[in-house]
Design a protein around this ligand. Structure first.
Ligand code: PGA
Length: 298
């Protein structure tokens, strides 16, 4: 028997008929007339090239070909049901994996957001990579993750960047710095201060340098650190001023170890972006996380 193109509809009908072995009862279950049913089954027999059943009185008997078609039909329909359940599970976020990469400064807020999201969708497993800017851009290039969180987004990346949260950059000084009490400090008054800046390639550093360059102020960079924590400790310890995201300093500012200076032009208002590769088809879970970020209820 060579069976070529049975339709799913025909297979479904035939599996019901094979269960009831009675045309009227099968038609009732399928909400069809017995004659509509027998047309479909006749077409299926023609496709199969064999009769699929024999009728003796009111009772139907499946032929060997009919048994085989019924078995295959049941298998196919079960597989389709399983597929439907799997897709539904993904759509309903009962399960699935979310691969995220976030830039170092985002570790001050992103885990909290991820936590809120996971509480709402308990079946999701999150893989989180925290990395510096170069690694994040490399990972994006290699398409290793679903979504990337970064501040400064380069123009030439092959991605879609959606801003979702403010990332204000502020000038930090030790809590007891004389400028801490002053307001409307002109940027040029900072030209003789020692600065502790983030490393080359950091989005924070890039923005700070661009700002002071536009103001014609040459910063005295005393130290360069690749960690926000190290920068904060050095500022708190009196070794210099810095520019960091306000997201990084809540605890220190409250404790009074670090002051935010009222410098004209600051805070520099920037945004955190959720980024994904341009032609990437986001998974249902990733799309949901993207919507969650953009809705902003966290
Ligand atoms: P970074 O991150 O300063 O930690 O590199 C912020 C950004 O991407 O702008």
């Amino acid at each position: 028997m060579i069976i070529r193109h049975p339709t799913l509809h025909q297979l479904r009908i035939f599996t019901v008929l094979a269960r009831h072995l009675n045309m009227t009862r099968a038609a009732t279950e399928l909400h069809q007339t017995p004659s509509a049913l027998s047309i479909q089954i006749k077409q299926l027999s023609e496709t199969a090239g064999e009769p699929l059943y024999e009728q003796m009185g009111k009772k139907l008997y499946l032929t060997a070909a009919g048994e085989a078609v019924a078995r295959a039909g049941n298998d196919i329909l079960r597989r389709l049901d399983a597929l439907n359940q799997e897709l539904n599970a993904q759509r309903n976020l009962e399960s699935g994996t979310l691969n995220l990469s976030i830039i170092s400064t985002a570790e001050y807020f992103a885990p909290r957001l991820i936590g809120t999201f996971c509480k709402e969708h308990a079946g999701i497993e999150v893989h989180l990579e925290i990395a510096n800017r170069d690694s994040i851009l490399e990972r994006l290039k290699q398409n290793l993750d679903d979504i990337y969180i970064m501040g400064q987004v380069p123009d030439d990346i092959d991605g879609v960047a959606r801003p979702f949260m403010e990332n204000p950059l502020v000038v930090l000084a030790p809590g007891d710095h004389p400028l801490a009490e002053q307001s409307r400090i002109a940027p040029e008054r900072l030209k003789d201060e020692a600065f502790i800046l983030r490393e080359e390639g950091s989005g924070t550093r890039l923005t700070a340098q661009n700002f002071f360059q536009e103001q014609g102020v040459q910063l005295k960079v005393r130290m360069t650190m690749s960690s926000n924590e190290a920068v904060k400790q050095l500022v708190a310890g009196g070794l210099g001023l810095s520019v960091l995201s306000r997201n990084t300093i809540a605890a220190e500012a409250n404790a009074g170890n670090i002051a935010i200076l009222d410098v004209v032009g600051f805070p520099i208002l920037r945004q955190w972006h959720a980024v994904y590769r341009k032609n990437k088809r986001l998974t249902a879970v990733a799309q949901k996380f993207m919507d969650f970020l953009l809705e902003g209820n966290y």
